[in-house]
Design a protein around this ligand. Structure first.
Ligand SMILES: Cc1cc2nc3c(=O)[nH]c(=O)nc-3n(C[C@H](O)[C@H](O)[C@H](O)COP(=O)(O)OP(=O)(O)OC[C@H]3O[C@@H](n4cnc5c(N)ncnc54)[C@H](O)[C@@H]3O)c2cc1C
Length: 407
């Protein structure tokens, strides 16, 4: 029976970030994960530029393989329109999750965290006096506070939902079905086809399903995937749609002709936006577990890291004051809401209301440099997305009048 100040369930980017910052202040932290590290995580590995506000991340990235991508091409469903975002400086970073997540866990360990890999959290429980974690191996751990960082099926989130009488799982209409595969290719292929600028591609509504396909070239791998609404994808066979997508990439000369489908991997991702309450007495929920994922793109790495840091600041303050009440921990929710809560809400509104208009939208973006630059700012995360989205609305209306009357 071990006692900690804080126990963190899940050692992905959100959990490892919280662990590092809390431990640096001298508190006793256990970071638990069911996997053994390095562990892979299905992901495109696209990291928005605004992560450079986290100094420790930028320092660490010097030691892992990082692909600077200077150009992104977004293709409309009919392939008629292409929005080409390019710059002389990177527009997005591409990392490999196997290395990136290990780097963050190592930083947490260096800060003094007790990292317990291969430790499956079966159940948690929270009383007025402590948080308890029950592991699959029969061990029990105790702490003053607990952080849920276990992604979609986080055990802390499940406990809180049950306690509050809420449904345990998301609605199918709010879940993305994510399929992907990494294909090893030669460095020459990457350079010949994607150039020094490592052009990345995104194809909207591949195979007619609502969502998008991506193709991210890294040093010697092609990261290929499709994210689509679960309710849409169940109508089609997953291998069929992935095969169709590879055929499209081959036709465009972006994928080696002699490379075949292979074993595609599949996972789910909630797109409903943040859960209503991301804190409770002695508990905080971070990253994917809290629903911090862009409903537009499925991007979540930046939010995971940022929420992990906000959680750490809140927890350090609570530990200092020895006050673990809901009221005291509610500051966490204000922090993320002020920083990017509105951004996610707007992205959700935009996604839900305009997903049928992507062809038209891409047409405007490809013809209107200003609109393109607005979209690029959202993609890179360089500027505040909420401000940009407000600016984009009248611009889209203006483009509608300009370009639709040209017929
Ligand atoms: C196919 C796909 C592509 C994506 N592409 C991108 C992208 O290009 N860019 C981007 O920004 N985001 C992308 N995302 C989203 C991104 O992967 C997540 O937002 C990010 O991983 C969230 O980090 P996290 O720390 O919250 O959770 P995770 O990274 O999911 O970490 C959770 C950890 O908790 C552990 N865990 C879970 N349950 C338990 C348990 N019961 N006991 C112990 N441990 C447990 C897991 O083993 C895991 O290590 C993608 C997601 C998918 C599915």
């Amino acid at each position: 029976m071990k006692n900690y100040d804080v126990i963190i369930c899940g050692a992905g980017p959100s959990g490892a970030t919280s662990a590092k910052f809390i431990s640096e202040r001298g508190y006793k932290v256990a970071l638990l994960d069911k996997a053994s590290f390095p562990r892979n995580k299905l992901c495109g590995g696209a990291l928005r530029l605004s992560v450079d506000q986290f100094e420790y991340i930028m320092k660490g990235m010097g030691n892992i393989s990082l692909t600077n991508c200077f150009e992104v091409k977004m293709h409309s469903p009919s392939l008629k329109y292409i929005a080409d975002f390019k710059s002389s400086s990177p527009v997005i970073y591409h990392i490999k999750r196997l290395e990136f997540d290990l780097m963050l866990v190592n930083m947490a360990v260096d800060a003094g965290v007790d990292f317990l890999e291969n430790h499956f959290v079966e159940k948690v429980s929270i009383s007025r006096h402590k948080s308890s974690v029950f592991l699959k191996n029969g061990e029990e751990l105790y702490s003053k506070l607990i952080i849920g960082a276990g992604g979609m099926y986080d055990p802390v989130l499940s406990y809180l939902r049950k306690k509050q009488g809420l449904q345990l799982y998301y609605k199918k209409s709010e879940i993305a079905y994510m399929m992907m595969q990494e294909y090893p290719v030669s460095m020459d292929f990457i350079l010949d086809v994607f150039g020094e600028q490592k052009t990345s591609h995104m194809f909207l509504k591949p195979g007619g399903v609502y969502g998008y396909g991506w193709l991210f070239p890294k040093d010697t791998v092609l990261n290929v995937g499709i994210g689509a609404l679960w309710t849409d994808i169940k109508m089609v066979e997953k291998h069929e749609i992935f095969n169709l997508y590879l055929k499209l990439l081959k036709k465009q000369g972006l994928f080696p002709n002699n490379c075949n489908l292979g074993q595609i991997e599949v996972t789910l991702l909630p797109l409903s936006g943040p859960i209503r309450k991301t804190y409770a007495e002695r508990a905080i929920i971070v990253g994917d577990a809290a629903g911090f994922i862009s409903p537009l793109s499925g991007e979540g790495l930046y939010y995971a890291i940022s929420s992990g840091k906000f959680a750490a600041e809140t927890v350090i303050d609570a530990l200092k004051k020895e006050r673990f009440t809901e009221k005291n921990l509610s500051i966490y929710q204000s922090k993320w809401q002020n920083e990017w809560g509105f951004e996610i809400a707007l992205l959700k509104f935009f996604t839900m209301n305009f997903h049928n208009q992507v062809e038209r939208f891409l047409k405007y973006v490809s013809l209107d440099e200003k609109l393109k630059s607005n979209l690029m700012d959202i993609y890179t995360g360089r500027k505040n997305s909420s401000e940009i989205l407000w600016k984009m609305a009248p611009r889209i209306l203006m483009d509608f009048l300009r370009f639709e009357s040209l017929k």
